[in-house]
Design a protein around this ligand. Structure first.
Ligand code: MN
Length: 284
């Protein structure tokens, strides 16, 4: 155990004015120095996407001690402290993945922990494929840092008090056990603390939501809204994150990188068959 304060990066996908982001900052500044680099607008659903064909502008933000009314403040960054570890914040004109990369590679440098969230809305099962909360967090984990993506399971009136407590405790545990980097996807039921049925370490479930499409507009222009609001109807296995949330448990899921399905290599070799000969054989 070390007494050295941690250096913690906080990113999100709901944007720098999202209350969930500042809930994370409130909790984490008790454990270490906090740097925020968050998108300047709503970026939910962008997954792991990056901005590669345009420059990404970064602006320092001015903070008050309660984080009630953060505002852009170019050009000098400014830390505030108020009895806790210092907090410094920037917004970026980019995706959560952009924010994480810019912070770790340039604006902030090396840290001890990356936190993405607190997101408004759950990110369970295959939601992690479209989640900007998880997609941005990936950039911390692939750089060798312990990384926590954290979400509260409601987009309307999310309560962040349990997320704050969990974040503070997890950050302290990671500070005491710094040896191996972990990638954790944490989901919190949106209920009062006395309604929480437990904390479960889970595996990623299957699809939790399907998409629906709503059309609007008249004869000359067709516009469509995509929403992820169709519960899959599957009965989730009891060891999954989806089951845990449905049963009012906090879910902590270890994640790794990779979609590969090594078990099907032989099957696909059969499918490919003599394709290499057919493709490469010279007819002359
Ligand atoms: Mn979001």
């Amino acid at each position: 155990m070390t007494d050295k304060p941690m250096k913690i990066l906080v990113i999100n996908d709901d944007g720098i004015t999202s209350p969930g982001l500042w809930a994370a900052v409130r909790a984490l500044r008790k454990v270490g120095e906090v740097f925020v680099l968050a998108p300047d607008r709503q970026q939910s659903g962008v997954g792991a996407s990056l901005t590669l064909f345009a420059p990404v502008r970064v602006n320092p933000w001015r903070l008050d001690l309660e984080f009630q009314s953060p505002e852009p403040h170019s050009p000098e960054p400014q830390s505030i402290q108020g009895g806790f570890h210092p907090v410094t914040a920037y917004s970026a004109e980019g995706t959560p993945g952009d924010c994480c990369i810019l912070a770790l590679e340039n604006v902030v440098g090396a840290v001890d922990l990356v936190v993405s969230g607190v997101n408004s809305g759950s990110n369970v099962g295959w939601d992690v494929m479209v989640s900007g909360t998880v997609g941005g967090a990936v950039q911390g984990y692939v750089r060798g840092y312990s990384t926590i993506a954290i979400s509260v399971a409601s987009v309307s009136d999310p309560k962040y008090d349990i997320a704050e407590s969990i974040l503070e405790l997890l950050a302290q545990r990671l500070r005491e056990n710094p040896s191996t980097a972990v990638f954790l996807n944490v989901n919190i039921p949106n209920v009062a603390l006395d309604k929480v049925a437990g904390i479960r370490v889970t595996r990623l479930g299957n699809r939790s939501y399907g998409e629906s499409v709503r059309q609007e507009g008249g004869m000359n222009e067709k516009r469509y809204w995509i929403a992820r609001n169709r519960p899959s109807g599957e009965h989730p296995d009891t060891d999954t994150d989806i089951w845990a949330l449905k049963n009012n448990c906090v879910s902590i899921t270890p994640l790794k990188i990779g979609l590969g399905d090594a078990e099907r290599i032989a099957e696909v070799e059969g499918l490919v068959g003599d394709l290499p000969d057919a493709l490469l054989a010279r007819p002359d």
